[in-house]
Write a protein that binds this ligand. Structure first.
Ligand SMILES: [Fe+2]
Length: 221
């Protein structure tokens, strides 16, 4: 828990309790998939223990592989992967509330590589918000007045990660208050074959760093 969470006022206590409960449950074990899979399905996001690495073979332990394939009900493929670094002053469209472009059936995994108080603010699927910006100009920096909801500020330490249904869950990037936030992002989609096989067949996809390229061209309809 970092001081930065205090900035979230009334949400800070709830988030602190959530983190305490999570850490108590996670203590002394790697995750078992069941709880995390349920959370990922119900809320649309979960915090999970991971290896803080950009090596996909080291990242996809049997636990993480089980979680992702359990979510999709199939094998999965890596459709983008890349490192991202942000400082306190860095702002782009991802700093405003949005859902990612791309198919509903995709997951984004955000793996912190350095300690930072930056993170991702999310609104769980259980709290629908009447907000669906189509263009970048329509994105808002706050959701006040759009219904009852409780944004969570997810700030995983190194060794944990956020996994999120990014095209369904409202979220926005929160820059660090100091230093840099450096993460490794991985995009996952259902696949007929294990990710290693898919990866060998589609080497060009390794150039996708953080999105679905087709959707970047025309994201409107
Ligand atoms: Fe996003």
């Amino acid at each position: 828990m970092t001081d930065f969470v205090e900035k979230w006022g009334r949400y800070a206590d709830a988030h602190r309790q959530y983190r305490a409960d999570y850490l108590a449950k996670a203590k002394g074990r790697r995750f078992t998939c069941g709880d995390e899979l349920e959370t990922l399905r119900r809320l649309g996001w979960a915090e999970i223990p991971v290896n803080p690495t950009t090596d996909l073979n080291a990242l996809f332990t049997s636990e993480l592989t089980g979680l992702v394939s359990g979510f999709f009900g199939s094998h999965f493929a890596v459709v983008f992967r890349g490192e991202m670094e942000r400082g306190p002053e860095d702002r782009d469209e991802s700093a405003f509330w949005h859902r990612d472009s791309g198919p509903f059936a995709h997951l984004r995994l955000l793996v912190p590589l350095v300690e930072s108080d930056g993170g991702t603010a999310v609104v769980s699927l259980t709290e629908p918000v009447d907000y669906d910006p189509v263009t970048l100009n329509e994105r808002r920096s706050n959701l006040e007045g759009l219904g009852e909801h409780t944004p969570w500020l997810v700030t995983p330490p190194v060794g944990e990660a956020l996994i999120i249904q990014a095209s369904r869950v409202l979220h926005r990037a929160v820059p660090p208050s100091k230093g840099v936030r450096k993460i490794f992002q991985v995009g996952l989609i259902p696949s007929l074959e294990p990710w290693q096989v898919f990866d060998r067949k589609h080497p060009l996809l390794r150039k996708n760093t953080n999105s679905f390229p087709e959707y970047e061209i025309d994201n409107a309809c």
